[in-house]
Design a protein around this ligand. Structure first.
Ligand code: DOR
Ligand code: ZN
Length: 341
């Protein structure tokens, strides 16, 4: 069999992305918009995006930062349990989803919900369900760090069965349990990151501590990684790619009290191509990185074809511009695939 040396990805979509704001947005925005057709933008700014004005002006700043590229940012709002039906009706055509964070569970989530009690959430969830606004959830309890996602499973189940018409996305799943839950409720979907397909806790903390691999949810066991990878490689129809690429400046990662987040934007398509190729699953990559999301979110993205070639790519040690900097995953390492310019 002849060796594959080129591969095309059409309309790549990143359905979970942190672009931040200000100078960091100017640095990282183009590192997604140059290769992706669209991305779902997380609202955990300081303060979080909770009004129509804040959301629309953030969208403008993103478009400005990415102005050289054909790229569609899909905006989200930060979940609050007191959004009125009228407010949600007014904003619904400008957002793709609403993101729910339990308070304090991760970066900039202090204003998240303090109780996951279904009755507290009911009014907003009922409105969202009626209006057809999808709910993205950071599904972790504040229990023992390795069990946080597993402990959240009953909460996912309770929301899914109480609101059967609400489209729910379990964000950045990291466990076998979450993969299995996908098939139990019709209205549950999920995103998975690149890094959770590649690493376990051993890669983060098994040897010298690797701050650039530290994220929430923390990478789990090998059996979890295998379950996630199998689901991605077969392009499980309820699973989408969402990088959770989360830039923090180098000094906030290489320090005492390291911020959570792995920055993957500039390496995603190259590494996914290598991963799917080595597992004989390239035929499923377009579904995993675009078609599943198009179907689940009912979106027609901007046309964009990215051509990958089997040629070494040395990942930059750091990306710097506008007075900001960020260290990518695999900094300084050699990848087998490059993006053709
Ligand atoms: O590692 C993470 N970083 N997980 C999240 O959920 C948030 C993100 C960030 O915003 O830095
Ligand atoms: Zn995130």
């Amino acid at each position: 069999m002849s060796q594959i040396t080129t591969f095309e990805i059409n309309e790549p979509l990143d359905m979970h992305l942190h672009l931040r704001d200000g100078e960091m947005l100017k640095l990282v925005g183009p590192l997604t918009s140059n290769t992706f057709s669209g991305a779902l933008i997380m609202p955990n700014l300081v303060p979080p995006v909770t009004t129509k004005e804040a959301m629309l002006s953030y969208k403008e700043r993103i478009k400005e930062a990415c102005s050289g590229d054909d790229f569609e940012p899909y905006l989200t709002l930060f979940f609050k349990d007191d959004y009125s039906y009228e407010f949600l009706e007014d904003v619904k055509d400008d957002i793709i989803a609403i993101k729910l964070y339990p308070a304090g569970i991760t970066t900039n989530s202090e204003n998240g919900v303090s109780s996951m009690n279904i009755e507290t959430l009911r009014p907003t969830l009922e409105s969202m369900s009626k209006l057809g606004i999808p709910l993205c959830i950071h599904g972790e309890t504040n229990g023992f760090v390795m069990d946080r996602e597993k402990e959240f499973m009953p909460i996912y189940e309770s929301i899914a069965s109480n609101f059967p018409d609400l489209k729910i996305i379990m964000e950045h799943i990291t466990t076998k349990d979450a993969v299995e839950l996908l098939d139990k409720h019709e209205n549950l979907h999920a995103t998975v990151t690149l890094h959770h397909l590649l690493i376990t806790l051993d890669d983060v903390a098994g040897g010298m501590l690797q701050p650039h691999l530290f994220c929430k949810p923390i990478a789990k066991r090998n059996e979890d990684k295998e379950a996630l990878l199998n689901a991605a490689l077969k392009a499980h129809p309820k699973l989408m790619f969402g990088s959770d690429s989360a830039p923090h400046p180098k000094h906030k990662k290489e320090c005492c009290g390291c911020a959570a987040g792995v920055f993957t934007s500039p390496i995603i398509l190259q590494v996914l191509t290598e991963l799917f190729e080595e597992n004989g699953a390239l035929d499923n990559l377009n579904a995993f990185v675009s078609l599943n999301a198009q179907r689940i979110y009912n979106k027609k993205p901007i046309k964009k074809t990215i051509k990958l070639v089997k040629k070494d790519f040395i990942v930059p040690a750091i990306y710097e511009a506008h007075g900001e900097n960020v260290v990518p995953m695999y900094a300084g390492e050699k990848l087998a695939w490059s993006i053709e310019n």
